[in-house]
Design a protein around this ligand. Structure first.
Ligand code: E4P
Length: 215
């Protein structure tokens, strides 16, 4: 399973990348706005830091605008993946960009039927949002298993990127289901290696080690 970081904060991305946690990056307009910097400049910096796919979202809501923005974003570097919001115009843009050799990631997917349409449009990545579904009392992970099943049934090439991850259980369940990619906020990523019993065990071993270390 690939790990992406869901962030537009270059310091976070660098810190996570140095630890080997970053196979790719997803951004969205909310994350870019938080960075307080121009969109293309942020994407360029991220692409210079990370070798894997970097998703950069378009702001247009019509096919022509999305295709135009998609071409501009794709020019930044060859690892840019154009992020397209889930809608009819968006899926037409996905087909056109794919025909031009440009990779796409369809975002804001909340149902397995939407995911099927994303696969049929030929997107590189499909991003179902689990946390936002959980927030409204739906089981977000059901969407992941159903999407995986559909793509396997029809041998679709689109990869499932689990988005809107809130906690490590989302990552565990994604791994058990066999999802292709998880995109994870830095705060959640940095908690994945810890366990209170590990900390307690290390403290005890260090204490006992002192008894013979200098003998
Ligand atoms: C994914 O590409 C999105 O940027 C992200 O996962 C959205 O997560 P949120 O629901 O925490 O905003």
């Amino acid at each position: 399973m690939q790990f992406y970081i869901d962030s537009a904060n270059i310091d976070e991305i660098k810190a996570a990348n140095q630890r080997g946690w970053v196979d790719g990056v997803t951004t969205n307009p909310t994350l870019i706005a938080k960075s307080g910097r121009p969109h293309h400049e942020v994407i360029k910096d991220i692409c210079n830091e990370v070798e894997g796919y970097v998703s950069a979202e378009v702001l247009s809501m019509d096919t022509e605008g999305m295709v135009k923005e998609g071409h501009e974003l794709a020019k930044i570097k060859d690892n840019v993946v154009v992020k397209i919001p889930m809608c009819e115009d968006g899926l037409v843009a996905v087909r056109r960009l794919a025909a031009d050799g440009i990779k796409t990631n369809v975002t804001l997917v909340f149902s397995p039927i939407q995911a099927l349409m994303v696969g049929k449009a030929g997107a590189t990545l499909c991003s179902p949002f689990v946390g936002r579904l959980d927030d409204i009392s739906h089981d977000g992970m059901d969407l992941i298993s159903q999407t995986m099943q559909i793509y396997q049934n029809y041998d679709m090439d689109t990869q499932v990127l689990v988005a809107s991850i809130r906690h490590p259980i989302h990552i565990l369940e994604s791994a058990l289901i066999g999802a292709d990619v998880v995109t994870v906020p830095y705060k959640v990523l940095s908690g994945l290696t810890t366990h209170p019993l590990t900390d307690k065990g290390i403290a005890q071993f260090m204490k006992d080690g002192e008894k013979f270390a200098n003998k």
